[in-house]
Design a protein around this ligand. Structure first.
Ligand code: FRU
Length: 643
């Protein structure tokens, strides 16, 4: 990696926030409850989840519970996840600014949590992280000084991870971890809440899913996205809208497309119609055209309507939109037809629309079943569409089709579906022919419904993925996008493969080189790393391919086993090719996500996690080989939300 920083010689930064992670009891700390007794004392239990006494560790059928203090803790797994209840403390006077405590169990916002209640209102709330190991949390109670408060431990969830663990409540003058900043509105902390990603896109508030309408015009990247304007769960699909000049500093604008009588606004794409094929343009005003699914039947207003494909246009760079008067432009043909991804195909001078169609066919039992298929339509003007061909493989939702640079053979188009599965092949303007089997585009737990910018002036193709399934308990927003990555093809011994690599614009957030060791002894690197706190970092590592090793980054395990040549991130695995005897990794770490790029970007894992406040390091362990050569370079990244 070429040094991007103009700062003086790299040093090991070790001084940051050691104080924050200190767990040692302080002289002025006041222990409020540690659940070491034979019963709950003056705490009051309701329901059946807490029983009438603290637990002594794990309960029957529970995974091992750890991280609590002493012998006892609160554990609402009594009777399994199905039980519910509350455990409420006696009132106390808020006399110290901080409440430090341990919490574990489910990450269900408001349902498996430790709350502080003042004047009958919940003013602070923290959940576990879907983890049986309790970790430290801190509430800042300074604003309630002199008031009476209670702690209420809540288990109101009966599904998976429907329980809460808690222990060791201490009033203190010192925050043991950065205080939890949660839903409880705090405008001053907008975009810096406890679990707000700092350089991955999130909506200011509420739920988001798929990236939509990725398009560039006059220096602005547009990111439209599936958004629920009125809640933190999926629903009321509306197109949100944000713009950026560098793919990292986003400004969220007004919503672009609202539900109408044809349905709520499901996923789709946008194009800049430079040739004004649609006729929507006006002199000097190039039309931006959105092609989207109207999801009939998903709202009261669209009851009984099918899913159809519609268009809308904007003459002011996406700020305001007019829906086409002759919508829909593609009628319903199957089951839940959706997610049109339109692009211009210069050789045939046609617009191309890959579209997901659930094809209904009779099944043996007399019922019908649905096959997941991709239909290609073409159009001269975005308004009139003709069916061109079908892709015969199973492909579900959110198709993408782009031509990429980097392969020597004739197969240079890549087709994908929502789960990231892809094929490399040829496309003649009508039909896609696969030249590879189905391949995996992402090996992590949190990648779905990716879409690409495929009309950029510098001819890059840039992919943005929804990191589905991340957890953000207590936050005003829900879900995040993935890091924008450049797509290319690479020839490998197995054939052409997709390469993903963080876009160069990430360098704009580089806050300097914090750590660099080249071919140093493992023991030396590992002990220096123990002094480096991580939160927002771009990390390059090279480790020997001939040995087994295990990394842990903020508690996330990454293992390499040389015998099978597989890398495992949190237990999910992918085979890769070592180069020059080494396995090289690039790890991009944000507050709640880790993206792992291995094999020069041919193997990618996208993962969301809830960071344990006290696990802030990168650890390396290798089967006793203290002398093995290791390289590690860490660049700090800046938050994109701060000026
Ligand atoms: C994929 C998806 C799309 C659909 C959208 C609705 O995540 O199911 O197929 O258009 O989400 O929000």
């Amino acid at each position: 990696m070429s040094p991007r920083s103009r700062r003086p010689a790299p040093v090991v930064l070790s001084l940051l926030s050691v104080a924050l992670t200190a767990l040692a009891a302080r002289a002025d700390d006041e222990l409020f409850a540690d659940f070491e007794g034979a019963d709950y004392g003056s705490w009051v239990a309701t329901g059946n989840a807490f029983g009438n006494a603290p637990a002594k560790g794990s309960l029957p059928n529970q995974q091992p519970v750890g991280g609590f203090r002493g012998q006892g803790l609160v554990n609402s797994y009594l009777g399994g996840d199905a039980s519910t209840g509350t455990l409420t403390s006696p009132p106390f006077l808020v006399a110290k600014p901080y409440l430090n405590f341990l919490v574990g169990g489910g990450a269900h916002d408001g349902k498996t949590c430790v709350n502080v209640v003042v004047d009958g209102k919940t003013v602070r709330s923290a959940t576990g992280r879907d983890d049986e190991t309790l970790s430290m949390a801190t509430f800042d109670l300074a604003e309630f000084a002199g008031k009476q408060a209670r702690i209420r431990i809540v288990d109101d969830d009966t599904g998976g991870w429907g329980h809460v663990n808690a222990d060791h409540f201490v009033f203190s003058d010192t925050a043991a971890t950065p205080p939890v900043v949660a839903v409880i509105p705090d405008a001053s902390r907008l975009y810096d809440e406890t679990w707000r990603p700092q350089f991955h896109f999130t909506a200011r508030e509420n739920w988001l899913n798929d990236p939509n309408g990725l398009v560039w015009l006059d220096g602005e990247f547009h990111l439209f996205f599936q958004h629920n304007p009125s809640g933190r769960n999926w629903g009321n699909m509306t197109w949100g809208h944000a713009v950026s000049r560098d793919l990292f500093h986003w400004q969220q604008l007004d919503h672009a497309l609202y539900p109408d009588r044809f349905g709520t606004m499901f996923s789709g794409s946008a194009v800049v119609d430079r040739r004004n094929t649609s006729g929507f343009g006006k002199p000097g005003r190039v039309p931006m055209v959105a092609i989207y699914t109207a999801a009939g039947g998903t709202s009261e207003a669209s009851k009984g309507m099918p899913f159809t494909q519609c268009i809308a246009y904007s003459l002011d760079k996406g700020r305001t939109w007019t829906k086409h008067e002759a919508n829909p432009v593609v009628p319903n043909v199957g089951d839940g037809d959706r997610d049109p991804k339109v692009f211009w195909h210069e050789p045939t001078r046609r617009w191309i629309m890959p579209l997901y169609v659930g094809e209904k066919e009779p099944a043996k039992d007399g019922k019908t079943r649905t096959r997941n298929r991709l239909h290609f339509h073409t159009s001269p003007d975005l308004k009139t569409w003709s069916f061109a061909s079908k892709f015969a493989e199973d492909l579900y939702e959110c198709p993408g089709l782009v031509r990429l640079r980097g392969a020597r053979g004739p197969a240079d188009w890549v087709l994908w579906g929502a789960s990231g599965e892809y094929w490399v092949g040829t496309f003649d303007g009508r039909e896609f022919r696969a030249a590879t089997p189905r391949l995996r585009g992402d090996h992590g737990a949190n990648a779905y419904a990716a879409q690409a910018y495929d009309d950029l002036p510098d001819h890059r193709v840039v992919l943005v993925t929804w990191m589905n399934g991340g957890k953000y308990p207590g936050m005003p927003f829900n879900q995040q996008m993935g890091l924008p990555v450049t797509l290319e093809l690479r020839d490998t011994p197995e054939g052409p493969r997709l390469r993903k690599w963080p876009v160069a614009e990430l360098g704009g957030l580089d806050d300097g080189l914090a750590f660099r060791f080249r071919n140093a002894r493992l023991a030396e690197v590992a002990s220096a790393l123990a002094r480096v706190d991580l939160e927002l970092d771009d990390i390059q590592l090279a480790l020997p391919a001939g040995r087994d090793w295990r990394l842990e980054i903020r508690g996330i395990p990454i293992d390499w086993r040389h015998a099978d040549g597989k890398l495992r991130v949190r237990g999910r695995e992918a085979a890769l090719h070592p180069r020059n005897g080494a396995v090289s990794l690039r790890l991009v770490l944000d507050r709640t996500s880790l993206e792992t790029f291995a094999d020069d970007g041919l193997v990618v894992f996208s993962d969301c996690f809830l960071p344990p406040p006290n696990q802030r390091h990168l650890k390396i362990a290798m089967d006793g080989a203290d002398d093995a050569p290791v390289s590690c370079e860490i660049h700090r990244l800046r938050s994109a939300w701060r000026p």
